[in-house]
Design a protein around this ligand. Structure first.
Ligand code: 5AD
Ligand code: SF4
Length: 495
């Protein structure tokens, strides 16, 4: 298993909270169970799926044994993500045996990667649906009802689900993910995403802002704008004669927006979009992920610095600290370029927290090259890092071009070394906050005790502090940090 973060899984104990399906009128008497693996984008997609099916009268359930339709939204990023899904499917077999009319569907990246092969390999599965085909789900379910098995893995150059207002699954009513683009055009040689999620496309800026405004009006206080590479967000405003101020989707169902949302420029880049979302309300925190070192501009950094409600936190995956490895990873930047971007962040947003992703044991990586990653960690002193052993993915450029030639024990040893290094720096960053006052958005009670609240600081650190009757979840408080654990700041409210 990868260290520090295993792939996120829907927390089954919280599934009950998902049932915010303000029913859209009709009920068809059927229940949907949906479970997600992989990145935040996948979790966000499951909300879109739930919304599409709620429109057709499905209710959600937290118990797959009770479901008429089981969907598993899958991830292909590393082999172990796929293995986990295969094992989970075995657990659904009993439920399907008891209820042969049950529809079992595989959605997401693994569906896209394996396509109809999935139906051959897993007899349990009735339907295989890729990430751009979710609008077709009601038809595909009908097809299965009529006795066929169904596949739709068409990728699209346009689909952004801009008009679909997602139901929020497992929501705390305070933080929400908002997808701003889909797909990826960077051909990093290790990565399966361009094959599973298709070409990059940006969502209508107005629909993004409208969704954020709607969330704010419903009481949400933090949005995280999601994309594989948010810095290459680019949306061109359609000609006024086409748009009528309602967005650009052909079926006219685009989320409408109020006049108070202001005018977007003709071409909206990521800095512009950040600004538009920040202006929804100073009380709405804005986060975003993932930034790309080759594309993050000073304009974006200045926009972050300009607005108090855009959080000082950037996830900037480095992958490797060595220029030759970066080159064969096809990252299109080198060590110096990355350091230059770090310097720019430190110059323009001095208090900014920075996190990263690292891969150890990529094809042909020598000990010296690995040490360049270690010294990069010394240079940046990341607040947080997600660290992985290289896992060869079929069909990727690296799988075609380079041998996966670093032995497992060496990958493991290098991983352990950088994990230990990161623990030092995470601790160092946490310690540096002691004695400081953090503005915290209260998210709820701490997991361990209902005498404590928990919430995040601007820099994305988890903060725990005693409950005060004067403040409720969804409000901001100033917390004086008194001590830390390895991953949490602990303090008390100050006025
Ligand atoms: N092997 C290991 N890690 C990978 N990642 C992406 N593809 C692979 C792979 N084949 C990591 C990268 C990326 C993060 C989401 O997952 O670090 O930034
Ligand atoms: Fe996994 Fe990548 Fe697909 Fe997200 S986009 S689910 S991380 S393969």
């Amino acid at each position: 298993m990868d260290l520090l973060i295993p792939d996120k899984v829907h927390d089954e104990s919280r599934q009950g909270e998902a049932l915010i399906l303000e029913p859209v009128g009709k009920h068809n008497g059927r229940k949907l169970y949906i479970e997600s693996y992989g990145c935040a984008m996948n979790f966000s997609d499951s909300e879109i799926v739930a919304s599409i099916l709620a429109e057709k009268g499905f209710e959600t359930t937290s118990d797959f044994n009770n479901a008429d339709v089981i969907f598993i939204n899958t991830c292909s990023i590393r082999e172990n993500a796929e293995v986990r899904v295969r094992n989970r499917l075995k657990e659904f077999a009993g439920a399907k045996f008891r209820n042969p009319g049950m529809v079992v569907g595989v959605l997401g990246c693994m569906a896209e990667r394996l396509k109809a092969k999935f139906l051959e390999e897993e007899k349990l599965v009735d339907v295989v649906v890729g990430p751009d085909a979710y609008r077709d789900l009601p038809n595909l379910i009908e097809q299965v009802d009529s006795g066929q098995r169904a596949v739709n893995v068409l990728l699209s150059r346009e689909e952004t689900y801009a008009d679909i207002s997602p139901v929020r699954l497992n929501s705390n009513g305070i933080n929400a993910f908002v997808s701003i683009m889909r797909g990826c055009d960077n051909m990093c040689s290790f990565c399966v995403v361009p094959f599973t999620r298709g070409r990059e496309r940006s969502r209508d800026a107005y629909s993004v802002v409208a969704e954020c405004k709607d969330l704010f009006d419903k009481g949400y206080r933090e949005v995280t704008l999601l994309g594989q590479n948010v810095d290459s967000y680019k949306w061109t405003k359609p000609h006024p004669a086409l748009s009528k101020g309602e967005g650009s989707e052909e079926d006219g169902k685009v989320l409408s927006f109020g006049e108070d949302l202001g005018e977007a420029p003709e071409v909206v880049n990521f800095a512009n979009l950040l600004e538009m979302v920040a202006l929804v309300s100073p009380e709405l925190r804005v986060r975003f992920s993932t930034s790309h070192p080759k594309d993050i501009t000073d304009e974006v950094l200045h926009t972050i610095a300009k607005y108090e409600n855009i959080c000082n936190y950037i996830h900037l995956p480095v992958q490797s600290g060595n220029s030759r490895i970066l080159d064969i990873m096809n990252r299109t930047y080198d060590r110096e370029w990355y350091m230059n971007r770090i310097d720019a962040i430190r110059r323009i947003i001095p208090e900014c927290a920075i996190s990263t992703d690292v891969i150890t044991g990529f094809c042909t990586e020598t000990e010296d090259e690995h040490n360049d990653t270690v010294t990069m960690m010394d240079y940046v002193k990341y607040d947080f890092a997600y660290m992985f052993k290289y896992s060869e993915r079929p069909g990727t450029l690296a799988a075609k071009r380079y041998a996966d030639d670093i032995p497992e024990e060496i990958k493991q040893r290098r991983l352990a070394q950088i994990v230990a290094k990161q623990q030092e720096y995470s601790f160092y960053r946490m310690q540096a906050r002691i004695g400081k006052v953090e503005k915290v958005l209260i998210e709820g009670y701490s997991k361990k005790s209902d005498k404590d609240y928990c919430g995040r600081s601007d820099q994305n650190a988890m903060v725990i502090f005693p409950v005060s009757e004067n403040y409720k979840p969804g409000q901001y408080v100033n917390v004086l940090v008194e001590r830390t654990t390895s991953a949490t700041l602990i303090g008390t409210i100050v006025d």
